[in-house]
Design a protein around this ligand. Structure first.
Ligand SMILES: Cc1ncc(COP(=O)(O)O)c(C=O)c1O
Length: 404
């Protein structure tokens, strides 16, 4: 009632012009419908949450940390968590040598993206992103009104020579945002050779990179590849999260970065939410200290790998030939696309899929500059049973055959 008589728009800040609600979250509003099969969100399977461990950790945290855990906490993060993170970062998938001065805890890695946007982007600044890139990063960056440069990618991720040329053309790029391992939305991974070449390019130019890595623990095949930050720590801000390897609701993520970046992040965080829940940080601390991560990873990899295999083979069987797909070695997503389907819009496919109780995320919102977006869809394989994946892909296949 209040809103209908009040002309909100004329009072809004101009930065809101660049903001839209997440297409994923809009679509997921439908996901609660009975029988709805969502291949949309980047969600872990709730069945995989380590409920018994969480229960025992709650008892342990209460006993060990007493009432003081409910007090205001340090903006940098809980000291005890730092002690556990230092060995965690040494796992080969990150290979990072961190110290307490190079870690900052944030409320999910999503907050780290918002903090970095506030730290670096003035209106009109150039930032370079993969084509396509994580929609939530665009949402975090957009209020600061950057101009996007879309970096060319192939099956192995960013093409280093093209990156070199782009930076030479736009030497003032504020940062390059990159998800090198099991990328969201494509599932692609930047090879070690390319990481080494990109590190050289960063060294040559006066430019930094933000390396977002929520997925590298979820590897289903091949050997882990060290992070970009491990190759050039002084020029890379590395993001991590426990959303996919423990549970998203704890909202524990953060950055590993040179100390001056961490200090600035802390200053910004104080204006946003003062600090991240001590209690939730203590839960992650004890999860790591108790040695629960490794067995849990085994469990979820055993759950997700067959789902990935199944989804890829079903796409091969039921989708029209002109649809190609990526072959992710880990993570949560397969990207299906066609370079020929100019006449039919992906939203037509989505509308019909939603009517048949199946959801996916159309590719367009993952492109920083919309006009480049091809016919594409992001398909999540972690949050549905094998039988639902089969039903969902078969239905999508029928719709695609009808229109393509
Ligand atoms: C690439 C990427 N970055 C950041 C996030 C945010 O994750 P969280 O805030 O739960 O740590 C996600 C979530 O799906 C993601 O895919």
């Amino acid at each position: 009632m209040y809103m209908s008589t009040y002309k909100l728009e004329k009072h809004l800040a101009t930065r809101l012009k660049n903001m839209t609600c997440s297409a994923i979250r809009d679509m997921l509003k439908q996901a609660g419908r009975p029988g709805f099969i969502s291949l949309g969100g980047g969600y872990p399977d709730p069945e995989s949450f380590p409920i018994d461990i969480i229960r025992s950790l709650r008892i342990l945290v209460k006993r060990k940390y007493k009432n003081s855990i409910y007090q205001y906490g340090r903006s940098e993060g809980l000291i005890q968590l730092f002690e556990q993170l230092i060995p965690f970062f040494k796992r080969t998938n990150r290979s990072i040598k961190a110290t307490p001065h190079t870690i900052s805890i944030t409320t999910g890695s999503q907050q780290a993206l918002a903090i970095l946007a506030m730290m670096f982007i003035d209106p009109g600044d150039y930032i370079a992103v993969e084509t396509p890139t994580y929609l939530g990063a665009l949402q975090a960056f957009n209020p600061f009104q950057p101009r996007y440069i879309e970096l060319e990618v192939d099956d192995e991720g960013i093409v280093p020579d093209k990156l070199d040329k782009t930076i030479s053309k736009y030497p003032n790029i504020k940062f390059i945002y990159i998800i090198p391992t099991f990328q969201n939305p494509t599932g692609k991974t930047l090879s070690l050779d390319r990481r080494v070449r990109i590190a050289k390019i960063l060294r040559k130019h006066d430019v930094i990179a933000v390396e977002d890595d929520p997925y590298s623990e979820l590897r289903y095949e091949a050997e882990p590849i060290p992070s970009l930050q491990s190759l050039i720590p002084e020029k890379v801000i590395h993001l991590f999260t426990f959303s996919k390897t423990f549970a998203p609701d704890f909202r524990i993520g953060g950055i590993v970065a040179p100390p001056e970046v961490c200090e600035t992040a802390t200053m910004i965080k104080q204006g946003l939410d003062l600090y991240t829940s001590n209690y939730n940080q203590a839960m992650v601390t004890e999860y790591l200290a108790g040695g629960h991560l490794e067995p849990h990873l085994k469990k979820i990899i055993n759950l997700y790998k067959p789902r990935r295999d199944l989804m890829m083979s079903l796409i091969d069987t039921y989708f029209p030939l002109e649809i190609s797909h990526t072959n992710p070695l880990g993570g949560m997503f397969v990207w299906a696309y066609s370079n020929n389907s100019k006449t039919i819009h992906i939203n037509t496919i989505l509308d019909e899929a939603l009517k048949k109780n199946v959801g996916f995320v159309p590719g367009n919102p993952f492109f920083a500059r919309k006009k480049n977006s091809p016919f594409s869809m992001r398909l999540n394989f972690t949050n549905q049973s094998n039988s639902n994946i089969e039903k969902g892909i078969k239905i999508l296949g029928q719709i695609l055959h009808k229109y393509l």
